[in-house]
Every structure is written in C-alpha cells, then in structure tokens.
Design a protein around this ligand. Sequence first.
Ligand code: RAM
Length: 521
Amino acid sequence: MAITNKIENFRMEVNPAFLAKAEALAPALIETEIRPAGTVELVPQGEDFAARPLERGFVRSRPLGRGDGLCLDFGDHWVGYVSFTLTPVGSPPDAPALLRLRFGEIPYEAAAGLSDYQGEVSRSWIQEELIHVDVLPAQVRLPRRYAFRYLAITVLDTSPKYQVVVEDVSCRAVSSGDRSAVPPLKTGDPELVRLDRVSLKTMEDCMQLVFEDGPKRDRRLWIGDLRLQALTNYVTFRNNGLVKRCLYLFAALTQNEGRVGACLFMEPRPQVDDTALFDFSLFFVSCLHDYYEASGDRETLAELFPTACRQLELALRELDGRGVVTDRDTWWCFLDWGDGLNKQAGAQAVLIYTLKQGAAMAERLGDGERAALWNERAGALSRAALEHLWDGELGFFVSGAGRQVSWASQVWFALAGVFGREENVRLLERLIDQNPGIPLATPYAYHHLIAALMENGLTEWAVSIMKDYWGGMLREGADTFWELYDPGDRFASPYGSRAVNSFCHAWSSTPAYFIRKYLDR
Ligand code: RAM
C-alpha cells in the first residue's frame, strides 16, 4: 500500500496570529563541539556490520591516496554539522581530491551507504556524499546537518603525485534540549537507568526547532510522534514552551476545513503536508489535553480548544450507520506499521479516547454543554464498539470486514476504557497469553501496550516487556532508540530497506516517561 493519503483539493488554511505565537516561541539551539572519540573498523557480520574499535582518540589520519579510507567514531549519536581539514602531502596537487563520505547512525549505514538500495522511500535520505575538493589545503565544511555516530571517509582519488591527510575533524552538535533541566533519577535499577539514559539521548537529538520525529529521516513535526515526545518531555527536559510552539504550529497551519494535518514542514517556511491520518488529526486533542495537565496553561487551552473540537467533529463524520468508524483500504489511519494491520477497531478506540479527553478539557474550561456532548458521543461509540466490534466468544475486539484480531486493536480499546478495570485486565492477560493475530511492530505501538498495562495496574508485566523490548535494542548496541525494532529480524523495515529506517526516533524514547511516571522511587 502506498504510504500516502493525500487529501483531495488540498489547500492550507493559515491563522497568522497563531503562527506569530509559534514563531515567538522558537527555541535557541544549544551547540556543543564534538571531536571523534577514535577510529573503528567496519567488520561484516553476516549481512550486517559491526564497529570494531581500532584507535582511541583521533588527531589526524595517515596520508591517504586512491582507495584508502578510515571510519571515525564520534562515541555517541549526534545531530550536527561536520567540518574537517584536508591537507595535501607529496607534490603540489595536480587534480582535485575526490572523497566519499558515509554517515551512519549504526555501523551498517556507514558501511553500506547508497549501494544496492531498493527501498520505497527516497534514497536521498541516505547520508552519503561525493565531494570534490579543488584547492588544497582546504577546510571542508559540510552544509547538511547529519544524524550519526560513524563517519566513513574514503578517498576515491587524489592523483599519483599527492595524498591527503584528514585532520581537525569536528561536529557542531545542535539540540534545543537542555540537559540541565532534566531531574535526576532516584532508582538504582541499572536496567532502568540505562533505558532512561538512552531515552534522554534520543529525545535530545530529536529536540530541534520543533520536536522532530527523527533527525535523519523525516526530520519533521509529526503529531503522533509529538504526543509521545511531549509526554516524555514533561518529566525530563520540561521544555513546555517547545510543546506549546508545536501546538500553535499545528493549529496555525491546517488543511481544508480546519483539519490538523499529519505533519508539518518547517522549511523553506512552515507549512502543513497534504497527508491526513484519522488518528493523527485526533491526537491534536490529546496533545492539548496533556499539555494543559502538565502546564496548567489555561490561556493556551482556551485558545486552542476550538481546533481540538474541530478534529472531533471531523472524525465523527466518518461513522457508518451503526456508529462505527468506516474502514478504508488506503493508508487512512496510522496506529502502527504492522503488516496487514486493519485500522477500523483501533480508530474507533482512538476516537473514544480523544472524545473523553475533549470532555475533560471542556470541563476544565467550564463548558458543561460541550463536556456533556463529547461524553455522550464517547458513550454511544463505546456501545457501538461492544455491539459490532467485540467478539464475546473470542474475547477480543475484531476489526474490518475480515474481523481481524490484532494487538493494536486490543491495546487501544484498553486505553479507551470501554470496559472497567477488571475486564481490561482480563483482556490484556488474554492478549499476552494467547498472542493472537497481528503483533505490534514499532516502539510507538509498544508504548501503547506498556501504557495500557501500567494504567491497569499490571506493572510487573509492563516493566518486564519494557526491559525486554527496549533492552533488546540496547543489547544490539543502540545509542539511541530506533523507529522500528523487531527482535526477530534486524533488517525489518516498513520502507523496504533498513538503510532508511531511523535509528534515533523520538517515539521510542518513552521508557523515560514510564520510569519517571510510575517507577522512579
Ligand atoms: C513515518 C515516521 C513518523 C511517523 C509516520 C506515520 O514517516 O516514522 O515518525 O509518525 O511515519
């Protein structure tokens, strides 16, 4: 299925006053100069590569001629701008130097680069450059921002008469996440400490002028990702201004009829993409609800509440005669990247979940009429779900014409609170016990499983799954958490190639949220 759901006759609706508020909240980027920690050798391991340490520290390379190279290790994941000096040795340079640079968040990317790329999303995301340096010595300043730990430099050619030395390599790392704002952890559990540390690094590298989803790809503001980043932010970096800015951006730049788009681009000017996703538009409601709960900022709540209500109204238009969200066979709702996942049941649950949040916000604003309306709709949708999507014999919610049973549907219904706690617990226990149908594919979807378990008091399971799943990435050497992790398949990708997966993806940083919200005592 094409990863696009372009809305028809798309046009952007702009609210200049909201846009101005968002612009006024643009954060300053904190810059840190990072030097390579050493050099590594990229060693093949089956189809994958590992980084084997060579030398610690790096000052300058030996003279490099045609076909020579080295791989620098910056010691951790960074997002920033790289520069280095290229000095000729031998005869006066009688030809340009031609270099190939491969940046990698993981060793595989630094080793494979563009070669053999067969994926579905653009190969232009792969961080590989060919550069000519005409005049030597030269200070090379790369104009692009990279997300990486490894930099493999290969000299494709100099000339038989001279070689080059690479020296003074530096990365100007950027982030709007201020580490000094992060409260210290209390727990002494070493696994939780590690999960928290890597979550923070993931968050930090995704905190730029907005909350980016991933600094390698797509480098933009997706609202589904924002929701989880914001939750983590409230208990870590505590940059509420950045969340507020993102909320105003989404409200300022909507699609036709005031629909909040799935994502925004910030350059060359802020604009909404033409992709619409049912759950993502509704997550404006959640983001605003959670922002108010964390900040108590009533002025923002009052100003943006109409945008939230608009998302609920638009979603309610999608109900069929039974009060169930109409299924479609396009990429109309996200939920997860699971292969063949049917979205109908999950979408229904997200709508119930956000209607309840809409009602809670209306109550906070003293708008009893609206609160009653959204509560009434949540009740009607819950009854319709129990009548048409709940299969009592199976003990699971089913989705779509094929009555598909998936983890995502059960998890979202547990979060939507259609049942009381006891029944929720039984549903989640049955789910884990029977392991039916379509599994969860991404840390984003696992977040919702952990949230459902935590909220229903199944803390031990929540912790054990979190340690197992996110811990699995750590055991595979993750410096930051990944967009997609399948413990059984390192090469899994929703995009047809792992080379374009993001290995620093903010939606995966929620262990810090769970640890700090539920476990840090
Ligand atoms: C991908 C990104 C992003 C996600 C969307 C739905 O492009 O991984 O994080 O929100 O899909």
